[in-house]
Design a protein around this ligand. Structure first.
Ligand SMILES: [Fe+2]
Length: 288
C-alpha cells in the first residue's frame, strides 16, 4: 500500500503542517499526477469533468476538436465519465449488476445505472448545449440562463455523484479502511474510530430530508474529513471534495428496502470500496 504517513495521535488539522499527506514517488498515482490533479479538485463540482469541460470551446460542448484530458489522478477515479470529445458519458459499471447482492439487488443497480444515471448524463450535456446557445444568441435570451444553470447544476451533480457512487462500491467491500492507508489514518484521526465514523455517516444518511446524499468529504482548507448531508444533489458544498457518497434517493433502495432507508444505509457499509475512497483522497490533496 502507498506510504502516506499521517500521525494518528496528532492534533486535528488546524494547520497545513499538521495535516500534510506525505506522498512518495513510489505511489501508484505519481506525485506529478497528484499535483496536477490538485489544482482541479479543490472544489466539489470541479471533480473531475469540469477540467475537461474547461478545455471545451465555449460555443460547442460537443466539439470533436477537444483533445486535452483531465489530470491522470482525477481521470483514474472517474474513468469513463467524459468521452474523448468532451461530452459527458455514462461510465460502465466496474462490476456486474448482481455483484453487490445481497446488499444491493441487481434490478435496482441496473435501473439506477442504466436509466437514472444516464438521464443525468444526457441532462448535463443538454444543459451545456443550451447555455452555449444562450451565449451565442445574446440579447434578451440571457434571461434564460437561470433555468439552464439550474438544469446544469442538477444534472451535472447527479452525473458526478453517481460516477463516484458506483466506484465507491465493490463486492466483498466494507469494514474499516486499511489502517496503513491515508484514508484509514484520517478516519482514525478525524472521527476517533471507524465505528464512530460509520455511526455518524449512517445517521446522516438516514436523516437526509427527502432525496439526497450522505457524503464523506475532504475539506481542503483545514485538511480534514467531514460528513455532510446533501439535499437533492445540487445543494452541495463547493468547499469539500467528495470521497464517499451514499445515495439515499428512493430509486437507490426502494425495490428491496421500501421505506427502510436505514437498512439500506447499513447494507451500503458492507460494499464500501475503501481503495477507491483512498485514491480519491490522494487525488484531492492540494499542494501548498
Ligand atoms: Fe441515484
Amino acid at each position: 500500500m502507498p506510504n502516506m504517513p499521517i500521525d494518528p495521535n496528532g492534533p486535528p488539522a488546524h494547520t497545513a503542517a499538521d495535516a500534510t499527506l506525505h506522498i512518495t514517488t513510489e505511489d501508484p498515482l505519481t506525485r506529478r499526477a497528484l499535483l496536477a490533479g490538485a489544482a482541479v479538485v479543490g472544489g466539489w463540482i470541479a471533480i473531475p469533468t469540469l477540467a475537461a469541460a474547461q478545455e471545451t470551446p465555449a460555443t460547442s460542448p460537443a466539439s470533436p476538436t477537444v483533445t486535452q484530458a483531465a489530470p491522470a489522478a482525477v481521470v483514474a477515479v472517474n474513468a469513463g465519465a467524459v468521452s474523448p470529445d468532451g461530452m459527458y458519458a455514462l461510465p460502465p459499471l466496474p462490476y456486474d449488476y448482481a455483484d453487490l447482492e445481497p446488499y444491493l439487488d441487481a434490478q435496482t443497480v441496473k435501473l439506477h445505472h442504466d436509466v437514472h444515471h444516464l438521464g443525468y448524463v444526457n441532462g448535463a450535456n443538454a444543459a451545456l448545449a443550451e447555455l452555449a446557445r444562450i451565449r451565442e444568441a445574446g440579447g434578451d435570451t440571457i434571461r434564460q440562463v437561470r433555468a439552464a444553470t439550474d438544469a446544469l447544476q442538477f444534472n451535472l451533480s447527479g452525473h458526478l455523484l453517481h460516477t463516484m457512487y458506483w466506484s465507491n462500491m465493490r463486492r466483498n467491500g466494507g469494514g474499516p479502511p486499511d489502517a496503513n492507508t491515508a484514508i484509514g489514518r484520517l478516519v482514525q484521526r478525524d472521527f476517533g474510530s471507524y465505528e464512530a465514523f460509520a455511526g455518524q455517516f449512517q445517521a446522516a444518511a438516514a436523516q437526509v430530508q427527502g432525496s439526497g446524499w450522505a457524503i464523506l468529504g475532504y475539506e481542503t482548507v483545514a485538511r480534514r474529513l467531514v460528513v455532510l448531508q446533501v439535499e437533492k444533489q445540487q445543494n452541495s458544498s463547493v468547499w469539500v471534495v467528495p470521497l464517499l457518497g451514499c445515495d439515499v434517493w428512493e430509486h437507490a433502495y426502494y425495490l428491496k428496502y421500501q421505506n427502510r432507508r436505514s437498512d439500506y444505509v447499513r447494507a451500503f457499509m458492507n460494499v464500501v470500496n475503501w481503495d477507491d475512497v483512498d485514491a480519491r483522497l490522494r487525488a484531492a490533496e492540494p499542494q501548498r
